[in-house]
Design a protein around this ligand. Structure first.
Ligand code: PRX
Length: 646
């Protein structure tokens, strides 16, 4: 039996949603989704009120997902303009730099002016409605400004995480045919400089990137970087003399807001497309409810804007709700392991949202760096990105939250736009390690391998039976891939790619990906991407990559590499290949283990049996299952004997 933490009555007394509310509203939301989401949609300022709330078909022949279809709005006006009368002087963004001495408060009025000026800048550069703008930035306010400025004129942003390599950036620029890239001279992380502009220069030398007309460079470190005329322009120079008046362009609810690339089990990363109305309704509504948001909260989500969490819960959700959101450009261990809590005290953060990998890394350093700070302002803690192991949950609760702050373990995905399974702190008892119960309007289903829907306590694959407004609409430029990935295997449902267990109380426990995606520190990496990076190296003949247990990262990357004939494996070559993958994809894809494989376990038809490689990587050589169907069962013995984790 897992431990249960009942709702704290003191928290519940003031919470937005009580247990009775949750049950009542959840029932309404699934019994009458149109009525429910119609009412929720009223939270936004529409320039044309929607009357058609939901128009969805999961039929692969006619797949479409539309919400608030005949409504019109502007996302940036919802995040900025409508707050000016009542919250103009309220802090919208607290920027906290990598260096603890650097921070800045930006009011809604100031942010509005900056966004208008940058929207005018983009227009002046010829960006118009529907054009794509790539954003490759540090966690500085200008990243949010660029996103909102795109939204203001109906341009579609594609934020690329600043840790990605020039090649990864180039692939994303090429796929979205971006017209403009917004970047910074350099980033700063843990005192180290990240050569963002140089990476952009390298990316734009790759084939397929000549859609880019302008590179806008924000001065972050002030280092001299080569500027190519007329392509490269400084942000501060372009902004000079721009008007702070830029009317927000109303767009249709289904007008694309952004593309965000995420890894899948096959091929190159997919451009997940989110649209305007439904996405903002869902991001803002979940943000308010899940974090029990109040007017005077200071909310801090530590995610980077390069990931969906940064989109929905650093920028769009909080700003649509008129909240104060912290943008942190640093790392948890710089200048020391107390940084998070120092920042919490400095800005009186009340709502704190981070990833299990960060918690585990801090946990390893003991309680000292936490206890040094008061953390008295905290009232709720959140977790996202991967399953949180109960030990980390307990530590977060006991040490960080002083047993005072409820924890919301929020399960969702890039594709879902917002949180789908989560506790509501005033309503739902928690169990460490469980994301608990579905949010309003969400109908999870558990199926077995044959697709049969399981009732009651069960373990299987996680599906979502109905649409919700924040759902992705398509894979940019490849609608068929969207259909094939999410709607083919289990007709009539959205397939999440996750495994799940539902317990006797109906609580959901995510067990991890069931496809060939690895979750490294809460970041998704496709095994296929790492494999293709490895085989691009001239000395590699073949590679197979699987996930393995990793104490801090949750999952690590375990690569089996077959070298071309005549090349010998050595420690040096291992280092070279690891560095190669970092260069090809980015540091997040660094293999943790790299084993030489004279042969890989394949079926007679030549398919690599990853199940076997996974078990070897998990140090469970006695659980390989049936290997008799292998073309050459003898290769397994070598791999088991030489395994790197024991
Ligand atoms: O496997 C699930 C895991 O992260 C995947 C989604 O990754 P991404 O699209 O990068 O979005 C991450 C941030 C929302 C899911 O398929 N995941 C995310 N949150 C949780 C989780 N697994 C368990 N518990 C969570 N709270």
């Amino acid at each position: 039996m897992s431990k249960v933490y009942p709702v704290d009555p003191a928290f519940a007394a003031k919470a937005r949603i009580s247990k009775a509310d949750y049950e009542k509203l959840y029932a309404q939301s699934v019994d009458d989704p149109e009525g429910f989401w119609g009412r929720v949609g009223e939270r936004l300022a529409w320039t044309k009120q929607p009357t058609r709330i939901r128009d969805v078909s999961y039929d692969p022949q006619n797949l479409h997902i539309r919400w608030y279809d005949d409504g019109q709005l502007n996302v940036s006006a919802n995040c900025l303009d409508r707050h000016l009368a009542t919250r103009g002087d309220k802090t919208a963004i607290i920027f906290e730099g990598d260096d603890p001495s650097e921070s800045r408060h930006i009011s809604y009025r100031e942010l509005h002016a900056e966004v208008c000026k940058f929207a005018n800048t983009l227009k002046h550069l010829g960006v118009s409605k529907g054009d794509r703008v790539a954003i490759y930035m540090p966690m500085i306010p200008e990243a949010a400004v660029a996103m909102l400025a795109c939204a203001r004129i109906g341009a579609v942003h594609s934020v690329v995480f600043g840790g990605f390599s020039p090649d990864s950036l180039a692939g994303r620029i090429a796929d979205s045919t971006a017209k403009v890239v917004v970047t910074a001279d350099e980033g700063l992380r843990g005192g180290k400089k990240i050569p963002l502009k140089a990476n952009v220069d390298a990316a734009l030398e790759r084939p397929g990137t000549n859609s880019v007309e302008t590179v806008i460079v924000v001065r972050r470190t002030g280092s001299a970087v080569p500027m190519q005329s007329p392509r490269d322009r400084y942000y501060h120079v372009l902004m000079e003399g721009q008007s702070a008046d830029c009317p927000a362009e109303p767009v249709e609810a289904e007008h694309p807001l952004f593309i965000l690339y995420t890894s899948g089990s096959t091929g190159k990363p997919k451009g997940v497309l989110h649209t305007s109305g439904g996405y903002l309704v869902y991001a803002s509504f979940t943000h308010e409810m899940v974090f029990d948001l109040r007017e005077d909260d200071v909310y801090w989500c530590t995610a980077d804007v390069g990931w969906v969490t940064g989109h929905s819960y650093v920028v769009y959700g909080p700003l649509a709700n008129g909240a104060t959101t912290v943008m942190f450009d640093g790392v948890p261990n710089y200048p020391d392991f107390g940084r998070f809590w120092q920042v919490v005290d400095k800005h009186k953060v009340s709502l704190f949202y981070t990833a299990p990998t960060a918690i585990r890394a801090l946990m390893r350093e003991g309680e000292g760096p936490v206890k040094k700070w008061s953390r008295a302002s905290l009232r709720l803690l959140g977790s996202v990105g991967e399953p949180i192991n109960p030990e980390a949950w307990e530590w977060y609760y006991r040490v960080v939250g002083d047993e005072r702050c409820p924890i919301v373990d929020t399960w969702w995905q890039t594709e879902t736009g917002g949180i789908l399974i989560t506790p509501l702190a005033g309503a739902i008892d928690t169990k460490p390690g469980s994301a608990t119960l579905p949010f309003f309007g969400i109908k999870p289903a558990v199926v077995d391998a044959t697709g049969a829907v399981l009732e009651g306590p069960a373990e299987g694959n996680l599906l979502i039976a109905e649409s919700w407004p924040g759902q992705m609409r398509t894979v940019y430029g490849d609608h068929q891939r969207f259909i094939d990935t999410y709607f083919k295997a289990y007709p009539g449902n959205y397939f999440t790619g996750d495994g799940v267990r539902r317990d006797e109380d109906g609580y959901y426990w995510i067990t991890g990906r069931v496809d060939d995606v690895i979750n490294v520190s809460g970041h998704r990496i496709g095994t296929a991407e790492v494999e293709s990076a490895l085989v691009a190296h001239p000395k590699v003949a073949e590679a197979a990559v699987v996930g393995c247990p990793h104490e801090i990262k949750g999952q690590g990357i375990y690569a089996y590499v077959t070298l071309v004939a005549g090349v010998q494996g050595s420690d040096e070559l291992r280092k070279e290949l690891v560095a190669w993958v970092r260069k090809e994809i980015g540091p997040i894809a660094t293999p943790d283990y790299l084993q030489w494989a004279p042969g890989l376990p394949k079926t007679r038809s030549g398919k690599i049996m990853r199940r076997i490689l996974r078990k070897i990587g998990e140090n469970q050589p006695d659980q390989l299952g049936d290997i008799s169907t292998l073309a050459d069962p003898a290769v397994v013995k070598n791999l088991v004997d030489e395994r790197l984790i024991r």
